[in-house]
Design a protein around this ligand. Structure first.
Ligand SMILES: [Cu+2]
Length: 356
């Protein structure tokens, strides 16, 4: 075979190899539907990167395998191979082409990142709080409505202002493509414009402890009119309109509360912490071998000083943050409604209702 024929054969094989690899890769790493304007941009990049990866992979593999198979030494061939001392053209090519390519990809990446993170017109702010192991969402533009589900109007640019209460978490809805960490002590931001009405799932993408895999939240993208209706329906009543038990249930929840529900169930099922079903008055075995009756004083102490009396069989993972959080909330209610509440009393009243 002449040199020219080898070049034709190798070129054809590289093209076929690249196409097969590209389709293999896209089939193997199938992306979920893209449901935001950001997804379009990201998917374009994915496509180009997969194309380049497929081409480079085919190029290297075809040259290597072709040489191994076609230029194998024939039996009886004792001749020495030709000695080649470099090839300036090839060396310039394989330096300049990747250089240009990498710089171009870098510039493209930087401009895309800038476009994805810069301010949009008419943004709606949602405050996101992540804690072990739940999410909550506050809507400052809708009278500070708080929700355990993330509900977003379709085609509305959203600015998520995010904070973590304890450790690193990460906001990730695969259909939106973009992702951002929540860092304790610092506010981070993420911008999304959802384009498709539907139900999605937010998952934490940063291993954050025992129940990390349960740190999920429903995401619903709805029409503007459905969103307005949802806001109306879910706005919190005034605290003075609620009984202590109702307030306790609220504090327990992610909706307007402190998300105790991330670790404690109220139906007897397992959680990272003991269930609250039948807690009040229960004989609780502690880690130090003693037994204690779960009365007001014990429950109060368990909330204020979680490391004090550890329940046998459970790790000491309850965060010691509630004393400060409760004080801040109580002060807020006092300022807004001129009403004095004791959040721990509310919680105890609620726990008392949870009898088997
Ligand atoms: Cu997390």
């Amino acid at each position: 075979m002449s040199n020219r024929k080898h070049i034709y054969a190798v070129s054809a094989l590289v093209v076929v190899g690249a196409i097969v690899t590209y389709f293999g890769l896209t089939a193997l790493y199938k992306l979920p539907v893209g449901a935001s304007t950001e997804a379009t941009t990201i998917d374009q990049m994915f496509g180009v990167y997969f194309g380049l990866i497929a081409f480079w992979f085919a190029l290297i593999m075809v040259f290597m395998l072709y040489a191994v198979v076609v230029f194998k030494r024939k039996p009886g061939d004792t001749e020495d191979a030709a000695h080649i001392h470099g090839n300036t053209t090839v060396e310039i090519l394989w330096t300049v082409v990747p250089l240009v390519l990498v710089v171009a990809l870098g510039v493209w990446g930087a401009t895309t990142l800038k476009a994805l993170t810069s301010e949009r017109e008419g943004e709606m702010v949602v405050r996101v709080t992540g804690q072990q192991w739940s999410w909550s969402f506050e809507y400052p533009e809708s009278d500070n409505l708080v929700s355990g589900d993330l509900v977003l109007p379709v085609n509305q640019p959203i600015l998520l202002k995010m904070r973590a209460n304890d450790v690193l978490h990460s906001f990730w809805v695969p259909e939106f493509r973009v992702k951002q960490d929540l860092v304790p002590g610092r506010d981070t931001e993420l911008r999304i414009t959802p384009t498709d009405i539907g139900d999605y799932m937010l998952r934490c993408a940063e291993i954050c402890g025992l129940s990390h895999t349960d740190m999920l939240a429903k995401v619903r993208v709805v029409s503007q009119s459905d969103f307005d209706a949802w806001v109306k329906e879910n706005s919190l009543p005034a605290m003075s309109e609620l009984s202590t038990e109702e307030r306790g249930a609220l504090w327990y929840s992610t909706q307007g509360g402190f998300a105790c529900s991330g670790c404690h169930t109220v139906d007897g099922s397992a959680g990272a912490g003991p269930t609250w079903l039948g807690l009040y008055g229960r004989q609780e075995a502690l880690e130090d071998g003693t037994t204690i009756t779960a009365d007001d004083a014990y429950i109060r102490n368990s909330i204020l000083h979680p490391a004090d009396q550890i329940v046998a069989g459970f790790p000491n993972v309850m965060p010691p943050i509630y004393e400060a959080q409760f004080a801040a909330k109580e002060a807020e209610i006092l300022a807004e409604e001129n009403l004095t509440v004791d959040i721990i009393e509310d919680l105890i009243a609620y726990i008392k209702t949870l009898q088997e």
